[in-house]
Design a protein around this ligand. Structure first.
Ligand SMILES: [Zn+2]
Length: 414
């Protein structure tokens, strides 16, 4: 499938940048709360005044007090609705707060942020849960970009969206850029792996990875093999899953650091048997070997095609060959959680980004992949690499089920 010619140029380079752009939001909210508090206090003062001097002031004060009470209620409602539109749930608020806490120099603001964090956690006992609806909304958002083939404007849009998303949630965003040659034109093409680091201070780390590029064309589409390929399941589902997991990460008490790695150019393939697969993961693995001072990974999990509405996840043969204990551990966790979509039977032999990680980097990495898309479809009816790989064939529930298993797995890493 992939005669892998040497396309790796240049040296590994990880460049990082952090943004702390959420401060104004928090300040606006604080100002609204202050205003509401002032009006409330004024109202209470006037009511108590009217009780003491009832005869002389009741006619003048009570209507005014009622007016103030109404203003206070309106202000409070404005504050609430504004807050909820900016932060869809409590875990959002926590993430924003953590991010602000790290960038703020003002002790007063830090105190406010700390209060905000505590109340948000207390107000939602399920803050660590994976939200299927939101996961699906991310999948739709990704696919709305259209094609996200390596080096295209669609990929650039996605990269910008992901950097903003994970920075706002408190992840450390790093880029690993390198260059290759376009398989058709021979022109220079920029390839960029994305790493989002959680608990960057921990030296013992694990990998969660996916690819985030889409194949240039739906080569398996019998009607239109040069049509638009949006790769909802193939390229989109792993990315959407990580976007959703990003909300949970700041709330997890992790004993090991976790890196989300988004591989570019998994399938910059215009012609099978000519163009190489796995350019991003191959580069990542070689850079890892060449730089022993970089983060060390104990093991890893690759996620690919995990959004199928009719999900079933079998043991994959290469994963079994390279990292059988990890396969059994993950499927064992799924069994304990009652996630029946993880079926403990060998089924497919898949060549995917986990191969360079195992073979070159020597990191035990398994592939969680649903290659029956949809279940029971004969080969010529599969949505894989066709125009039919669209969000309506996927579900947030499937993405969330995989996410729950991953969260539990991360929690158990000691
Ligand atoms: Zn593919």
């Amino acid at each position: 499938m992939n005669r892998q010619r040497k396309t790796i140029l240049g040296l590994a380079r990880l460049t990082g940048q952090r943004k702390g752009q959420t401060m104004p939001r928090l300040k606006d909210q604080t100002q609204r709360q202050d205003a509401a508090f002032f009006l409330n206090a004024a109202y209470l003062h006037l009511v108590s005044e009217s009780l003491v001097h009832q005869r002389s002031t009741e006619r003048a004060v009570l209507p005014f007090a009622w007016m103030l009470a109404c203003s206070w209620i309106a202000m409070a409602m404005l504050g609430c609705s504004n807050h909820s539109s900016e932060s869809p749930n409590a875990s959002d608020s926590v993430a924003v707060a953590v991010s602000d806490q790290e960038t703020s120099q003002d002790p007063q603001t830090v105190a406010l942020v700390a209060m905000n964090t505590t109340s948000s956690v207390a107000s939602n006992a399920n803050a660590g849960d994976i939200n299927p609806k939101r996961a699906f909304s991310y999948l739709e958002k990704i696919c709305k970009i259209g094609s996200r083939t390596t080096g295209t404007s669609g990929m650039q849009k996605q990269q910008q969206m992901l950097e903003e998303h994970f920075t706002a949630l408190g992840g450390v965003v790093l880029w690993q850029p390198f260059e290759s040659r376009h398989p058709v034109t021979g022109a220079k093409v920029e390839i960029k792996n994305l790493v989002v680091r959680w608990r960057p201070e921990l030296t013992e780390r694990v990998l969660l990875c996916t690819h985030y590029d889409t194949k240039p064309f739906p080569a398996m589409d019998s009607k239109n093999p040069k049509g638009l390929f949006v790769g909802a399941n193939d390229g989109g589902s792993g990315t959407a899953l990580f976007m959703e997991l990003g909300h949970t990460m700041p709330n997890l008490s992790l004993q090991v650091g976790v890196d989300f790695v988004f591989f570019d150019a998994e399938e910059l393939v215009y012609e099978e048997n000519r163009d190489p697969y796995f350019l991003g993961s191959k580069y990542f693995a070689e850079a890892y070997v060449n730089d022993p001072s970089s983060a060390r990974y104990r093991c890893g999990i690759l996620l690919d095609m995990v959004g199928d509405a009719d999900l079933q996840l079998y043991y994959e043969e290469n994963s079994f060959k390279f990292a059988r204990p990890l396969v059994e551990e993950v499927w064992g966790i799924a069994k304990q959680l009652g996630v029946k979509e993880f079926e403990p039977k060998l089924r497919h032999y898949i060549r995917d980004d986990h191969l360079p990680l195992n073979e070159i980097a020597k990191i035990p990495v398994i592939d969680i992949i649903d290659f029956d898309y949809p279940r029971g479809a004969p080969k010529n009816r599969s949505y894989w690499h066709t125009m039919a790989d669209t969000p309506d064939k996927c579900s947030g529930a499937s993405i969330a089920k995989v996410g729950r298993v991953l969260v539990e797995w991360m929690k158990r890493q000691k």
